[in-house]
Design a protein around this ligand. Structure first.
Ligand code: ADP
Ligand code: ADP
Length: 220
């Protein structure tokens, strides 16, 4: 992923906030990058833009050589499903579906054949230590389990980019270490580019590259 010149301006009544002012970032494949910075410096906004959830008013995001910024919304959504996995602060699990169906959902939306979906869901459940949770409603999971399911959903389509915003915030130290081990495995086994946004030094110390944001740009 390469992005440069990113501008995002939020407008609320007569208040304007420039959340990104020319931000630039590159996430190399097979590399884990950590992004830190004070609250309000634009980290979440940058993650949303990189993930194609938010269209910047300036700049571009290039993924695997393709500029996704100006694609029509339907095509941008399709690229996002295939190439980008996102784990956000409030994870986006579907409360009415069980664990297995949550993981299957992005693959169904992408039109993958049922046998492929079944085996991929099984593989993810096994590798994330959720084998006995397939039919459990997600509302009954512990915090650490729900976080692992959110990661499984993000990884289902084998994305080349995994974006994770403060994912260890509410986990105890041991559970958080388990989640970070999963990210390291995805980097090493699948060659994914990983971005973690965090205030937590024990997350940052696992990363290969450490970046910092201030006032809407990546400064170091
Ligand atoms: P961080 O993740 O570093 O805390 P954010 O990207 O959430 O930073 O926010 C950057 C700036 O944009 C902040 O000033 C924040 O108040 C503002 N902001 C974020 N989201 C919105 C929104 N939906 N509407 C208006 N302002 C927003
Ligand atoms: P944590 O220590 O992470 O907060 P919890 O006490 O929430 O863990 O959960 C412990 C175990 O109990 C987990 O395996 C979870 O799946 C299960 N569990 C939690 N809430 C419910 C529930 N309402 N019904 C059934 N099982 C539950």
């Amino acid at each position: 992923v390469e992005a440069d010149g990113l501008y995002v301006i939020y407008r609320e009544r007569d208040l304007e906030t420039v959340a990104l002012r020319g931000a630039e970032i590159a996430l190399p494949e097979g590399t884990w990058t950590s992004l830190m910075g004070p609250s309000g410096s634009g980290k979440s906004t940058l993650v949303h833009v990189l993930g194609g959830l938010l269209e910047p008013s300036g700049g571009r995001v290039v993924i695997d050589g393709e500029d996704i910024t100006r694609l029509p919304p339907a095509e941008r959504a399709q690229r996002r499903r295939r190439r980008i996995g996102m784990v956000l602060q409030r994870d986006n699990l579907h409360p009415l579906l069980d664990v297995g169906d949550n993981i299957a959902l992005p693959l169904r939306l992408d039109g993958r054949p049922a046998p492929h979906i079944r085996s991929r869901v099984r593989e993810l459940l096994d590798s994330l230590g959720l084998s006995d949770r397939a039919r459990q409603p997600v509302g009954q999971l512990s915090g650490g389990e729900a976080q692992r399911v959110a990661i499984a959903v993000a990884l289902a389509a084998r994305p080349t980019v995994l974006l994770a915003d403060e994912i260890t915030g509410e986990l105890d130290a041991r559970t958080a270490t388990g989640v970070l081990d999963i990210l390291a495995r995805v980097r090493d086994d699948e060659g994914a580019a990983i971005l973690t946004v965090t205030h937590n030094p024990s997350v940052t110390e696992r990363a290969d590259l450490r970046l910092r944001m201030r006032d809407g740009i990546v400064i170091e």
